[in-house]
Design a protein around this ligand. Sequence first.
Ligand code: AMP
Ligand code: ZN
Length: 784
Amino acid sequence: MCRTNETDPRANSEVQDFLLQWRNDPTVLLVFAKEDSQSDAFWWACDRAGFRCNIARTPESAVECFLDKHHEIIVIDGRHSRYFEPEAVCRMVRATKPSENTVILAVVPQKPPDQEEPSVLPLLCAGFSRRFVENSSVSACYNELIQIEHGEVRCQFKLRACNSIFTALEHCQEAVEITSEDHIIQYVNPAFERMMGYHKGELIGKELTELPKSDKNRADLLDTINTCIKKGKEWQGIYFARKKSGDSIQQHVKITPVIGQGGKIRHFVAIKKPHIDNNNQVHKFNKEERCSGEHFQSECHSLRHRDRRKDSVDARSLSSRGSDAPSLQNRRYSSVARIHSMTIEAPITKVINIINAAQESSPVTVAEALDRVLEILRTTELYSPQLASKEDDPHTNDLVGGLMSDGLRRLSGNEYVFCKNMSQSQLAIPVTLNDVPPSIAEMLNDEECWEFNILDLEAATHKRPLTYLGLKIFTSFGVCEFLNCSEATLRSWLQLIEASYHSSNSYHNSTHAADVLHATAYFLRKERVKSSLDQLDEVAALIAATVHDVDHPGRTNSFLCNAGSELAILYNDTAVLESHHAALAFQLTVRDSKSNIFKNIDRNQFRTLRQAIIDMVLATEMTRHFEHVSKFVNSINKPMAAIEETSTSSVNSDCEGQANIRNSPENRLLIKRMLIKCADVANPCRPLELCIEWAGRISEEYFAQTDEEKRQGLPVVMPVFDRNTCSVPKSQISFIDYFITDMFDAWDAFASLPGLMEHLSENYKYWKNLDEMKCKSLRPPPPS
Ligand code: AMP
Ligand code: ZN
């Protein structure tokens, strides 16, 4: 943080030099009715001095020419009144705005030797700046012009330079305060007003001692600063200032004495920006907070060769007063600066830059709101809502803790052992579509209906609904044709996958996979969805649904992490199960050509398909639930709704606009994720009997986990799911409230699913009803 730029007495002359760099050669207007030796002499004098020169013959053309070129010097011929009155011409010029700083020279005739020297007053009153006694020597004219240039014209150029610098001060992002040598505020810039909350009218002319100070500074800080600047040194460090609102703001302050004539300090310039710590947090302390010593660093920079005996500077020149909003400005500055130093811009960087830019031209309230937006954007947990405290709703808390986290990561040495409970004999049963027993075939005729009873199919197929339903659905979507594989390969693959689900799990078994496959196919047939996706997307979705929970151990990710299972270690406690489902699905598929449904597609197509399947399986992981739903709503539903709302013209062009949104590759990805997520947890939208059965199954699986956690002394990740105490209706209400309602509202808005929403509402009422009856089980007690 140490700076080496020292201010020294040279600074003053450096400023002079700097201001002079802004100088241009002056332009000269000669107002002479007739060309003669005098006008020629000025002409050649201009030429020698390098000044540009115009000549006007009449008062009117003089004014016109001046208004066009804004000459710094005007020479008016005042020797004869035959053509024009020189005073009248001068007044005409002075009547124009740009003449304010113009030097106007009157050329007067030589006085006869016997006459008194005439008074210059009438000329001054007419607006002339100087009098030049006629002299047609080019050197005399040249001397006159360069004297003017060195004097008034240079001052004028400096003034113009100051104007530009003043404009820069007005627009810069750092707060600037200029005080006089006796600590009276002379100037504050708009950034200062914003930072401290004051209007400049409340500050200018006030002595610094009159303004409230923060009591958070270390006791000796003001003395330190005072001593430093008294010695004629520049000080910079961290300082607490009190804003008009009373709040303290921690600032990085740099205070520089400005040296005037004779090396005397004439002003102090304080430049302030909010102090940003290593975490890029601006320190805005409340009145109650106390500062600690390590906030302060102070640096002095020597001012050499200076008269500094009398000039004591009160450190109060630092006690800033200011606004609530404006720390924004400076923080923005630093974040933009940081971001600009990056070579490759991430999208979030672009977003932050856009918001930063918008803040620049926003009113304070908007800028403050945007600042809060920026704070949120800088966190990594963008999509996870803040959880309610444990006392608020233990069911929601347990579900969220159990499904959306990786648990406490307590390694116990217990290892997850693959459940090999599918007997080989079951695998061996030959199945072809032609072989399907008539009762099952008949059942499958209802497959396209949402109310299709998967539990009946589970019973009829001896817990092998996935193979039968898979054959039916994959055939109806032309999967074998797309993959260029035989029905035998598909059949073999379905059997293999189904066999790798654990029938011993009460919920995560192949019936759940079949249920998700059913919902997936149902959604894929919805018009909006169908027109958004291509066949590869459809095939990927069907395969993903089939494999999405393969080899699920009936335990949650949190459990596996807490138990230090092999899988948790393999996948670094991150999306453990979903990673396993996706990886195993591909391992199983390509292991044996007999069941390799991908064996006949080309490499590129395989890669694309594989990517889409993996993405969908990983999307079923609940830690990113809110991210997927929010992205879907923001990128698809909202823009589509906007088109619908503004639709004035032809229906066709609106549809085209919406199709453009749906069909982009990024948005198709979001649609596919949403589709499989909704299919995965659609059980609360199924007909009541199915919904109750699924609730019973998932509860039983959770109970079994809690039992095992207790048995093994592992942390109980969802204590409400204790079979002795759990209220299933309450857990379902929480699950629906937290995960289901918003997601299905969004999916329904896109895909139009009135039937599902009707079931959801009925089922919710059912659970509410039970809960009101204080019933904790799946069904109301039988009437006594
Ligand atoms: P998956 O493991 O892929 O099936 O992901 C869906 C998540 O939602 C799982 O963690 C399930 O345990 C959970 N889930 C699904 N349905 C319910 C339900 N009715 N009640 C509570 N949790 C459920
Ligand atoms: Zn699932």
